[in-house]
Design a binder for this molecule. Structure first.
Ligand code: GDP
Length: 445
């Protein structure tokens, strides 16, 4: 699916070379592809319609800059709109209130509420140094309370006992009281879910909300739910003032279209993504990375980057200065280099600039394959978190697997890229920047 979209767009792009504007006539085919890609990513139909309409409105009549063609410009618009819809920047938990800050977990049964409660407890305990207490108000599923006890212990947090014969409201009040007396910073309240939305469940959680006055009311939703996520999200939004969303099971093979749907329907920011069953499988949600996942990472980024044609001398200078000053050459710099290569017109055009002798040698190389390689590399780096890019040493087996899954490649390819990066890093250290600007200038001319 991923490559299908960009391949199709590229083909359409070729057909419209020389057209300087995005017009009603040339945009239709491209919008159809975008629409298909979003539907395949499991974005709900009404959300897709709205989205495509917005993209069209932004695109129409837009002048196409420099050596761009309308197709490339449109990909840029789609990407920016995806990021804007899902929320730019990072949206953190609000912990500013007077402790104990209460976090209420809402969502269907099986969405991952209990697991996420423990993941959050760990996150808040380890990263934010908070004293966290969890409590389960799920008196309908006897195993639920025990499950929370077990995972809370794994999280290294405290757990407040409850029993199936109590009323959820009484449990919540008792837990809050205990939290106050024990100087707990954050109380996370796990609630009962049903298999489908029903009135009794909504009434109960509304009552809990009224009694607890939580600072955060997080709606937990399974990313694999696809189209259904919209209806669930609507029902919870109508029942509760949601302050954030946690998308779970993002490690599954869904394209994560639910993110777009749920965000649009609830208007609440997506705060976290669940990426494994394990206690540490929680990440702060990154809209930019997720936009790539929805439309097919490597390819879309590759196309978008072409939007800013020409070598970015400022970026090159910054890199040179960085290397010169002896600062670490990291994966962001590596990515920038790869992207610079592409901006310079791709490998084949670059080859034309080489002396004849070298061209003959290069002729034996499969250019298409080489170009594809570059895009895959970009995809891999774009699947890394900002921290991993800065500190590649952190990338061990589990992270490698996640990155490979995000970029749609085998783990071996991630290894290969990291090896290559290390070689480049070694070279950079030797060069200390001196030769780099010259090299870039020569290539760009
Ligand atoms: P609850 O009924 O909403 O409390 O859901 P649970 O927390 O019991 O989760 C239901 C199932 O989903 C369990 O098997 C969890 O291990 C699993 N699960 C939860 N979050 C994730 C996630 O981010 N990734 C994966 N792969 N599994 C998850």
């Amino acid at each position: 699916m991923a490559s299908a979209l960009s391949d199709k767009l590229s083909r359409l792009v070729k057909e419209m070379r020389g057209q300087a504007r995005i017009t009603e006539a040339n945009v239709q085919d491209m919008l159809r592809e975008v629409r298909m890609a979003l539907l395949e990513a499991d974005v709900a139909l009404p959300v897709v319609r709205d989205f495509v309409a917005r993209v069209k409105e932004k695109a129409l009549g837009q002048e196409v800059v420099g050596s761009l063609n309308p197709g490339q410009a449109l990909v840029g618009i789609v990407n920016r709109e995806l990021v804007a819809t899902m929320g730019e920047g990072v949206s953190d938990l609000n912990l500013a209130a007077q402790p104990p800050v209460v976090i209420l977990m809402a969502g269907l049964q099986g969405s991952g509420k209990t697991t996420t409660t423990a993941k959050l407890a760990r996150h808040l305990g380890e990263k934010r140094k908070k004293k966290v207490l969890t409590v389960s108000g799920d008196v309908y599923r006897p195993a639920a309370i025990e499950q929370l006890k077990t995972v809370t212990a794994q999280a290294g947090a405290e757990w407040f006992p409850s029993t199936p014969d109590q009323k959820p409201l009484d449990i919540a009040r008792a837990a809050l009281d205990h939290a106050r007396r024990q100087y707990v910073d954050v109380l996370i309240v796990d609630t009962a879910g049903r298999l489908a939305v029903d009135e009794a469940m909504m009434r109960e959680i509304r009552e809990l909300h009224a009694a607890l006055k939580p600072t955060e009311t997080l709606f937990v939703v399974d990313a694999m739910q696809g189209q259904d996520a919209v209806n669930t999200a609507k029902a919870f939004k109508e029942a509760l003032p949601l302050t954030g969303i946690v998308l779970t099971k993002m490690d599954g093979d869904s394209r994560g279209g639910a993110a777009l749907s749920v965000r649009q329907v609830t208007g609440a920011p997506i705060k976290f993504a669940g990426v494994s069953e394990k206690i540490d499988g929680l990440e702060v949600f990154d809209a930019e990375r997720h936009a790539g996942r929805i439309l097919g990472m490597g390819d879309i980024v590759a196309l978008v980057e072409q939007v800013q044609a020409g070598v970015d001398m400022q970026a090159a200078q910054k890199l040179a200065a960085k290397v010169k000053s002896g600062e670490g050459f990291d994966l962001n710099d590596f990515l920038m280099q790869i992207q610079q290569m592409k901006k310079m017109g791709g490998l084949s055009e670059l080859m034309d600039k080489l002396p004849a002798q070298m061209q003959a040698k290069a002729g034996q190389v499969d250019m298409d394959k080489a170009e594809r390689d570059i895009r895959r590399k970009e995809g891999i780096i774009c699947s890394m978190t900002p921290l991993e890019r800065r500190k590649p040493d952190l990338i061990k087996a589990t992270r490698k697997r996640r990155i490979a899954a995000g970029a749609g490649v085998h783990v071996q390819e991630v290894n290969r890229l990291l090896n290559e990066f290390e070689q480049m890093q070694g070279m950079m250290k030797k060069m200390k920047g001196g030769g780099l600007m010259k090299m870039m200038k020569r290539m760009g001319s």
